[in-house]
Write a protein that binds this ligand. Structure first.
Ligand code: HEC
Ligand SMILES: [Cu+2]
Length: 323
């Protein structure tokens, strides 16, 4: 993927190209020289081997030239690496906390999210740590990747130069659901960002803002929701307001579920327990207006880790965010 959404990304790409160009050139020189020597010094032409010894000029050249090349690669990379380490005075700090298997972002005013929202054209200092095992905070489009290590704070500075939504992945194997440890970074103009930070608009407003400015409406539905796609939940539950075979997950934000429970109509508070029961025992309480369709992924198909991940995900993103 070549999308480069920061100047830093472009510099990293240039370093890559530089190193690849040198490597390919050397590979060609060595290969051609090898073939040339094989032909030139073959036994047919030189039946008796001859020892050739000492050539000061050649020896100096083949020591100095590679050393110069390697040093140039080192200093060029180091120069670019330093850009990602320099904290400009107008930088804002976002704390990044990794845990099995989600990301938590904490902003300067204490607000927390599991999806990253950052302003366009402002340097962002990510303070990266982990609460359990080693993870690695990776945003390919920004070309930043930094280990998230428990008991340690690493950092990385980046300045987004493009409105859009960009994948965040974990780049260090961290257990069962490592492959689901995705989230998204939404880059929005500073004005929208501060409105959001002050609580004047919600996450979905920013997601929709980005979707409508990039045409990426589908993106808005993926990210940390990957598991809902992988397990087929979205076949019956939409992530926006649309009704489908089942209620939309967004409707969980209504707070109270009107259900038929043991043959009687009643209301239940929507909490983690309600969500868990709805998945584990689909027939226990039926949402009014929907049919008693057995949801296919019950106890035997979802592992406990997956179940609690989904319960947390639905609760945090649709119930808690509405309170
Ligand atoms: C074949 C269609 C289907 C699939 C697939 C499905 N569900 Fe459902 N789900 C329903 C229907 C229909 C209801 C409403 C009736 C009921 O409560 O049983 C429902 C209800 C729910 C509720 C309660 C919703 C509310 O608004 O009160 C939750 C939570 C839920 N499902 C989660 C999931 C999850 C998580 C998955 C994937 C692991 C999933 N469902 C897969 C059909 C489905
Ligand atoms: Cu991880």
């Amino acid at each position: 993927m070549w999308q480069a959404a920061t100047d830093y990304a472009k510099s990293v790409d240039n370093v890559m190209l530089y190193i690849i160009a040198i490597s390919v050139t050397l590979l060609l020189i060595v290969t051609v020289a090898m073939i040339y020597f094989v032909v030139k010094y073959q036994r047919k032409k030189h039946p008796v081997a001859k020892q050739i010894e000492g050539n000061k000029v050649l020896e100096v050249v083949w020591i100095l030239v590679p050393v110069a090349l390697v040093l140039s690669m080192f200093f060029y990379s180091y120069d670019v690496f330093k850009i990602g380490r320099k904290v400009p005075p107008n930088a804002i700090t976002v704390k990044v906390q990794a845990k099995m298997w989600a990301w938590k972002f904490t902003y300067e005013n204490g607000k927390t999210t599991d999806t990253l929202f950052i302003p366009l054209g402002r340097p962002i200092k990510f303070l990266i740590t982990s609460v359990d095992v080693n993870h690695s905070f990776y945003i390919p489009a920004f070309r930043i990747k930094e280990d998230a290590v428990p008991g340690r704070e690493n950092y990385m500075v980046v300045e987004p130069k493009e409105i859009g939504s960009f994948d965040i992945a974990c780049a260090e194997y961290c257990g069962l659901n490592h492959s689901l440890m995705y989230s998204k970074a939404y880059v929005v103009p500073e004005n929208e960002f501060s409105q959001w930070l002050n609580g004047e608009v919600d996450d979905n407003f920013l997601r929709k803002y980005v979707a409508s400015h990039t045409g990426g409406y589908k993106d808005y539905l993926t990210g940390s929701y990957a598991i809902l796609f992988a397990k087929g939940c979205v076949q019956c539950h939409s992530l926006d307001e649309r009704k489908s075979i089942g209620p939309s997950f967004e409707a969980l934000g209504r707070g109270i579920a009107n259900v038929s429970f043991m043959g009687r109509d009643t209301s239940i508070n929507i909490d983690k327990n309600y969500i868990r029961e709805s998945i584990l025992y689909p027939d226990l309480h039926i949402v009014r207006g929907y049919e008693k369709i057995r949801m296919p992924y019950s106890t035997n198909l979802l592992k406990e880790e997956e179940l609690s991940y989904i319960v947390d995900l639905l609760y945090t993103n649709f119930v808690k965010s509405k309170q």
